[in-house]
Design a protein around this ligand. Structure first.
Ligand SMILES: [Zn+2]
Length: 288
């Protein structure tokens, strides 16, 4: 392959965060307490002032420390709760209002300081053009400029329909192509690719390592880290792009012990191996 990453770098790392939820609700506190028996979760139930799922400042501090930037995908879930369908509970009850002052505030702050803002397509939007268009428009109104990227919630994807719909409403890239319960390069796609035509500027940026999938498959810290190193070596050898998906809510040591540490280690390892760090938009600019 004669492709070259910017600045003569041998491989690249794209950092991303999905913002699924921003508030730990009382029923989540109760659920985790019954599941883990850790008194910590009861404390979060009683202490209304604490919010372990609001970690934007922490993420900004980490990335500032290393001089890197990432892409945040914000969800605008509109699915209604259906009493007889428990599957809708989590989607509907956990949602936040993207137009609330605190969410709009953090979106603007991130955008102003060099982070990229993208749409985290709501649960049903992968097959619904109106929803895709609406969610894009709402976010654009908040940031005051065009938004070009999307990742679908739960990595919901109907190939190629979803990409076609995203493209029709004006998105320039999708970052939903990846494993839900595994890590690594899906279908050995180590590079962004154009799903339609080469002269088209719609790009698929595959997702390589998602936090929940990593710890689902490799619950022990050492095993998770070993797997990441394996992916790093492979990427370095083959000039690949590694896209990291770390959910906003997991940057809390009490809730997800070790998760933010692995995220920092990923950045340190990438800097050590001289990877090119980029937001999804910057990756798109290289490939468009
Ligand atoms: Zn999501």
């Amino acid at each position: 392959m004669n492709f070259e990453w910017p600045e003569g770098r041998r491989f690249a790392i794209c950092l991303t965060h999905d913002v699924d939820r921003v508030k730990k609700t009382w029923w989540q506190s109760l659920y985790y307490f019954t599941k883990t028996r850790k008194p910590y979760h009861l404390k979060t139930l009683i202490n209304k002032g604490s919010n372990p799922y609001w970690n934007f400042t922490k993420i900004m501090e980490i990335e500032n420390k290393y001089g890197v930037r990432s892409t945040f995908f914000f969800l605008n879930e509109s699915k209604k709760l259906e009493f007889l369908k428990p599957s809708t509970y989590k989607l509907s009850l956990g949602r936040y209002d993207i137009n609330s002052p605190e969410i709009m505030g953090i979106i603007k702050e991130l955008d102003k300081n060099g982070w990229e803002i993208g749409v985290h397509g709501s649960y049903d939007s992968y097959k619904n053009k109106e929803l895709l268009a609406k969610e894009k428009w709402v976010l654009e109104k908040i940031v005051g400029h065009r938004v070009i990227g999307i990742r679908q919630h739960y990595l919901n994807l109907e190939i190629p329909t979803t990409w076609q719909l995203q493209k029709e409403v004006g998105f320039k890239y999708d970052a939903s192509f990846g494993h839900r319960r595994d890590v690594g390069f899906r279908e050995n796609q180590i590079m962004p690719f154009k799903p339609f035509r080469e002269d088209d500027d719609f790009l698929v940026i595959p997702t390589t390592i998602m936090d929940v999938a990593l710890f689902y498959k490799y619950p022990a810290f050492e095993n998770a880290w070993r797997k990441i190193l394996e992916i790093f070596k492979y990427a370095e050898k083959n000039g690949a792009l590694i896209t990291i998906l770390w959910h906003q809510r997991v940057f809390n040591e009490n809730e997800f012990p070790g998760w933010n540490r692995i995220y920092e280690k990923i950045i340190e390892e990438g800097l050590k191996r001289k990877a090119w760090f980029a937001t999804c938009k910057e990756v798109w600019e290289v490939f468009k």
